[in-house]
Design a binder for this molecule. Structure first.
Ligand code: A3D
Length: 344
């Protein structure tokens, strides 16, 4: 009998060693991924998380009907897509217990003619309730904040929740960088996946796309300028369109803001944490002090591993870029000052 058990044990080990399977599927049910806000971004990100087999999904919204309705709709799409997962919709914060990752999209999106900063007061109140929910129900979660105005919201969430700074991070830089990559690819007539670059600073019009750190198929952007495939004035228009990229979509949709790209960006961050991928990504991260600004969350490159977002990498900047980054950080500092009465 003991021998038979041993044989089975050996067989299972050998089987799993050689089987050619998607390892993410095996652990699909170990992680619980919470979404606070089941609107456009929350619902889209929840579906993507199922498709990517990241774990079981908890879709929370203050509007119970939206949460339950979207969860049912997503759950019913899974057998068609041959995906085994569970999705629940809820307005009960206790259902967030046990979440390894929480993605916060609760809040009001801007409408045409509004700036992100116009959302500060209303979304600050919502952020406070989200931070308290996480503190009380899943204080060990890695939290990815998306609600605007982004940098101030992440700062407020981190302060109110009391979670360690490396476990609270904001999604914006990946999205802004993707916009810059996409617009550059249109000008250069190339695959945007071949463009490596980054956008730093606050998630506002003063954000800082970095042509000095841009390569296309491994070749610096300067080469494409030198060979006249693109001119600096054309590039400057791309920078401007990147900075206004969110507003362009708000203007087209008329009622709501971008959600497919923000959802995809948040999931890239979640994957890097859940699977210890150690991806270096532009995200809103905490800094005690940077360029003379203290106690701030703002867009910088950071390595996301299974230990959270710890290692910030600040690229060498020209004097002009450094000045622009400082201006952007000052803008964030100003928003943080405005949100402080909601926090303390
Ligand atoms: P939307 O589709 O309106 O969804 C927001 C959801 O939040 C709604 O279903 C609300 O019921 C819900 N909600 C409101 N208050 C609460 C609360 N207290 N607790 C739980 N749920 C609540 O918006 P959306 O998904 O399009 O956008 C969400 C946020 O993301 C907005 O603030 C946008 O401005 C922001 N956003 C940020 C980026 C970044 O790059 C940072 C990009 C796009 C949108």
């Amino acid at each position: 009998m003991r021998l038979a058990f041993k044989q089975v044990a050996v067989f299972s080990t050998e089987f799993f060693r050689h089987v050619n399977t998607d390892w993410r599927h095996i652990i699909a049910h170990r992680h619980r991924i919470g979404f606070i806000g089941a609107g456009n971004i929350g619902g889209t990100a929840a579906l993507l998380a199922c498709v990517e087999k990241l774990g079981s999904i908890v879709l929370f919204d203050i509007n119970q009907g939206v949460a339950k309705g979207k969860a049912l709709d997503i759950a019913q799409s899974l057998p068609i897509q041959n995906i085994s997962s569970t999705v629940i919709g809820t307005a009960n914060p206790k259902d967030l217990a046990g979440c390894s990752v929480v993605i916060v999209t609760a809040g009001i999106p801007r409408k045409a003619g509004m700036s992100r900063d116009d959302l500060l007061d209303i979304n600050a109140k919502i952020m406070k309730s989200c931070a308290i929910m996480v503190r009380e129900n899943c204080p060990d979660a890695f939290c990815i904040i998306i609600t605007n105005p982004l940098d101030a919201m992440v700062w407020a969430f981190a302060k109110i929740s009391g979670l360690p700074a490396h476990m609270v991070i904001g999604m914006a830089g990946i999205l802004d960088t993707a916009r810059y990559r996409y617009f550059l690819s249109l000008a250069l007539k190339c695959d945007p996946c071949q463009i490596q670059t980054l956008v730093l600073g606050g998630h506002a019009d003063a954000m800082l796309p970095l042509p000095s750190h841009t390569t296309v198929a491994g070749i610096p952007l300067q080469h494409y300028i030198d060979t006249q495939m693109i001119t600096w004035p054309e590039h400057d228009k791309i920078v401007n369109r990147t900075r206004m990229g969110g507003g362009e979509i708000v203007g087209l949709l008329e009622n709501g803001s971008a959600y497919h790209a923000p959802a995809a960006a948040a999931l890239q961050m979640a994957r890097s944490y859940l699977f210890d991928e150690r991806k270096c990504l532009p995200c809103a991260v905490y800094q005690d002090e940077i360029l003379g600004v203290r106690d701030i969350y703002a867009g910088l490159s950071v390595v996301i591993s299974g230990n959270g977002a710890r290692d910030v990498i600040i690229p060498t900047l020209t004097a002009d870029e450094e000045e622009q980054l400082r201006t952007s950080l000052k803008g964030v500092e100003n928003l943080i000052q405005q949100i402080k009465p909601h926090v303390y």
